[in-house]
Design a protein around this ligand. Structure first.
Ligand SMILES: [Zn+2]
Ligand SMILES: [Zn+2]
Length: 485
């Protein structure tokens, strides 16, 4: 039986740890203790068997109390690091085929207010801030749509719920130390501690390959609101990692659980979002993304970057697609960025066309790409962070008065000389030079009409180049008719 596990481990982990029977049992016992099926240190053989049976029941395996291959392998699957058996017991030794859900919602740990704020403290370097914020917002919205709760991102730093990524041990006890790729992916704390932690060692993704971070955000947020693990396989709150499916993200058990704590939405209207609404966080098929893109979906939420070229064609970038708008206002069908700009990754962070050389500059992470037309120039992509530019820039634009690109990041800006490929002397400088421009914008644009536009979320700011200050602001989808939204 254990030899079988070893062979399977060889396939799934790439190396075989020569697991003796005793080791396998010891690991299994440690797992059962970690996830709440067994008391630490002191348990009898009968209690161990009962714990295995309970675990098998939760994992939807044949219940027999044996530590067989299937059971031990199930313990190796990626999952949430929270206990399955928590403050209330929905598992009862020996009676796991009756009503286990009894009292599952009788949890005293809950919030005593209806509006909660949240904050994202950090995120994996390879994901864009904008995309991570979108995913977190959507994950909170899932719960807000079916309960009386409302959520907003905190301004300043006194948020109710904080989300953060950590490696290994991170000062909340050895039990919570992260274990590298696989195994425990994340954990959270019940109200009102307001924290969810994610394992930095996972390869997280918001558009396909890797662990779908949106699903894990939504699950851990469930814990921060007071929900425990669900015994229902299709519930978002079931302990094992699931891919984002096309069907509803929350199932009836998730909805019942949140409504037991906080009641139904104040509008009385339950808005259930199917997984396919979140297709931007999951790559199901090319056909799907094409169909989605036809809805001109740069109008639905913030785009990644925007720029004008020298022929006054506007380019809007979002995910894997871009749209072109001609000077007379005709908007193209969405196209795949990779078809025009080979080797350019999806979800770029900033883009600008230089007014002096007419070339396209793209930025993402610490790298930059330069294209003449659609030809990637020799030596690119380049590590722009080696040339004095910040990693993960917020925004880039061509600034006529200086004749150079300007790169924005947080509360600073950098003037970048495209010819010598260096940051000009005395930069970065404080964003205060740009009176009224907010920090952490998502996109910026030099308009042929002479104004500069900054975008963040649903808002925009118009910056006047002569008076050097913001002269107007509003909601870009409604107010800026040239977007065609
Ligand atoms: Zn969990
Ligand atoms: Zn933690």
């Amino acid at each position: 039986m254990i030899a079988g596990i070893c062979a399977l481990l060889l396939i799934s982990l790439g190396s075989c740890i020569d697991l003796g029977i005793e080791d396998a049992v010891r690991n299994a016992e440690a797992f059962l203790v970690k996830y709440g099926y067994l008391e630490e240190n002191d348990y009898s053989k009968a209690q161990l068997t009962a714990a295995v049976r309970n675990f098998q029941w939760t994992a939807h395996l044949p219940v027999n109390g044996d530590l067989n291959d299937a059971t031990v392998l199930q313990m190796l699957l990626p999952r949430c690091g929270m206990k399955d058996v928590g403050q209330t017991q929905w598992l009862h030794h020996g009676s796991f085929h009756t009503n286990h859900r009894r009292k599952r919602y009788a949890i005293k740990s809950k919030w005593y207010k209806r509006h909660l704020t949240y904050q994202i403290l950090n995120w994996p370097w390879y994901l864009s801030q904008h995309q991570v914020r979108q995913a977190v917002q959507a994950a909170f919205q899932l719960w807000g749509n079916v309960s009386s709760l409302t959520f907003s991102e905190a301004v300043g730093d006194s948020a109710d719920i904080r989300l953060a990524f950590f490696d290994g041990e991170h000062n909340d006890g050895a039990r919570h130390a992260f274990d590298g790729p696989g195994g425990a992916l994340a954990h959270a704390f019940f109200p009102r501690r307001g924290e969810a932690h994610f394992d930095n060692a996972e390869h997280w993704s918001l558009n396909g390959k890797g662990r779908n971070l949106f699903v894990v955000f939504a699950h851990e947020i469930g814990h921060t609101l007071g929900l425990q693990h669900s015994p229902f396989k299709n519930a978002l709150m079931s302990p094992y990692y699931k891919k984002l499916g096309k069907e509803y993200v929350l199932n009836f058990d998730d909805i019942l659980a949140i409504q037991t704590l906080y009641g139904a939405p104040s509008s009385g209207r339950l808005v259930q979002r199917p997984g396919k609404d979140f297709s931007m966080f999951e790559d199901w098929s090319a056909e799907n993304s094409e169909r989605r893109a036809q809805r001109k979906d740069y109008c639905q939420s913030m785009f990644d970057a925007i720029t004008w070229d020298l022929k006054q064609t506007l380019y809007i970038f979002k995910g894997r697609s871009y749209w072109m708008m001609s000077p007379n206002g005709n908007i193209s069908e969405p196209q795949l960025t990779q078809q025009r700009w080979k080797k350019l990754p999806a979800f770029i962070e900033a883009a600008a066309v230089s007014g002096s050389d007419g070339k396209f500059y793209f930025f993402k992470g610490g790298k930059c790409w330069r294209y003449k037309g659609s030809r990637l120039e020799a030596g690119f992509p380049r590590k722009c962070s080696d040339h004095g530019l910040p990693r993960h820039p917020d925004t880039a634009l061509y600034f006529q008065p200086l004749g150079h690109l300007v790169i924005f990041k947080g509360d600073k800006y950098y003037v970048f000389n495209e010819k010598s490929f260096i940051v000009e002397p005395y930069y970065p400088r404080s964003l205060q030079d740009w009176k009224g421009v907010p920090h952490n914008t998502n996109a910026a644009l030099s308009h042929p009409n002479g104004s500069i536009y900054f975008f963040r979320g649903e808002n925009y700011w118009t910056f006047d180049q002569k008076s050097l200050k913001v002269t107007a602001s509003g909601k870009w989808m409604q107010d800026l008719s040239w977007f065609g939204c």
